[in-house]
Design a binder for this molecule. Structure first.
Ligand code: CUA
Length: 371
């Protein structure tokens, strides 16, 4: 606005510039996907946050426009508003007919009354109700009673996921039942992260050495993307995860499947696949754990159900064979700074490791069912 005023554009030119700016702003917000939009809530907590956002946006938007309008009037008609130059004829021609020149030149704009009205009474009338409303909206985010507990530990730059009662471990993906509040216990293994699933709840900080809490309730089956919301280093932007909400029966099946011993756990070393042998030979087990095997590494994500995950590398890549191969070959090319080093395995070994990793699935568990 101040650019428009300082360029001394005509009213028509000013309107055109303003229209372009507003259109650009609106179009910038256009993206068909709702996968990570806090304005498309799929749970009660996120709905409270979205409603609060709309109320604040509407009220404060109107207030801001009014303030900018008054500033514009002050800039455009400064001479009429100044008692000394009020009588200057050429300037009087610049003000359009709908502006009352005698009002512009009155003492009102320099009076204490205006300061008290605009600086104290009006803000109080607007801010106090907003404060009350936001307190009520925030109260609705309080923890709900829940039977299921999931522990999530933030790491640079991935998410460790544990179901303590069900004795399940996973990474970068939370599976939850639809229509039931799930308690999420949060902590961090290194720096401060923030757990955020925009369509289900607000943000919760994850602090090293401390446990914080949140809860998730999805009203409909689906996939909800989460994102770290606290800057935590180079790959903060690629520290994402997915919440998969399954109907109750499917969730029970998923939990039960996870409890079954995996077939390969019983296989003697001589019957291990070439991929499993290569996995251990190249030291992958030093960082990664796989349930039912000797791989118990804690540095990187648990791989027990890797084949069931929709995404790889903390929701960075879709979980396809080619992406898995590219990731194993050179993780640093995809996520520079990640702790996983490039491998020294041959192409043949890599192919076999990928084949082995693609077999790591919980029976009956399928994220496809959430689609
Ligand atoms: Cu973790 Cu940002």
């Amino acid at each position: 606005m101040f650019f428009i005023l300082s360029c001394k554009l005509t009213w028509k030119q000013s309107a055109q510039v303003a229209l372009c700016v507003v259109t650009a702003c609106v179009l910038l917000g256009c993206r068909g996907e709702r996968i990570q939009s806090s304005l498309h809530a799929e749970g009660p907590a996120a709905r409270s946050v979205a409603q609060l956002w709309w109320v604040l946006f509407s009220v404060l938007g109107i207030y801001t426009l009014a303030v900018f309008g008054l500033v514009a009037v002050g800039i455009l008609f400064r001479d009429e508003m100044s008692s000394t130059s009020k009588a200057t004829t050429p300037k009087q021609k610049s003000s359009p007919g709908w502006i009352d020149r005698s009002f512009l030149g009155s003492n009102f704009f320099g009076s204490t009354r205006l300061v008290v009205l605009g600086g104290i009474i009006l803000p109080a009338l607007i801010l106090v109700p907003l404060l009350v409303y936001s307190s009520v909206a925030t109260a609705s985010l309080r923890m709900r009673d829940s039977g299921l507990v999931i522990q999530v530990i933030g790491h640079r730059w991935w998410w460790e996921v544990k179901y303590p009662e069900q004795q399940l471990e996973s990474a970068n993906q939370l599976v939850i039942p639809v229509g039931e509040p799930v308690r999420i216990e949060l902590t961090s293994g290194d720096v401060i992260h923030s757990f955020w699933v925009p369509q289900l709840h607000g943000k919760s900080d994850m602090l090293p050495g401390r446990t914080t809490h949140s809860w998730l309730l999805a009203e409909r089956p689906g996939v909800y993307r989460g994102q770290c919301a606290e800057y935590c280093g180079t790959q903060h932007a690629l520290m994402a995860f997915e919440v998969i909400a399954l109907p109750q029966e499917q969730f029970v099946d998923w939990v039960n499947a996870g409890g079954q011993p995996l077939e390969r756990a019983e296989a003697p070393p001589t019957q291990r696949s070439a991929g499993e042998v290569a996995f251990f030979r190249h030291g992958c087990s030093a960082c990664h754990a796989i349930a039912g095997t000797a791989a118990v590494g804690q540095v990187g994500p648990d791989l027990s159900d890797l084949a069931d995950r929709r995404m790889l590398a903390a929701a960075t890549l879709p979980n396809t064979r080619d992406n898995l191969l590219a990731w194993l070959r050179d993780p640093q090319a995809i996520k520079p700074g990640a702790k996983m080093p490039p491998t020294e395995a041959t192409d043949e070994e890599l192919e076999s490791i990928v084949e082995f990793l693609e077999s790591l699935s919980r029976k009956g568990a399928s994220s496809e069912s959430a689609q």
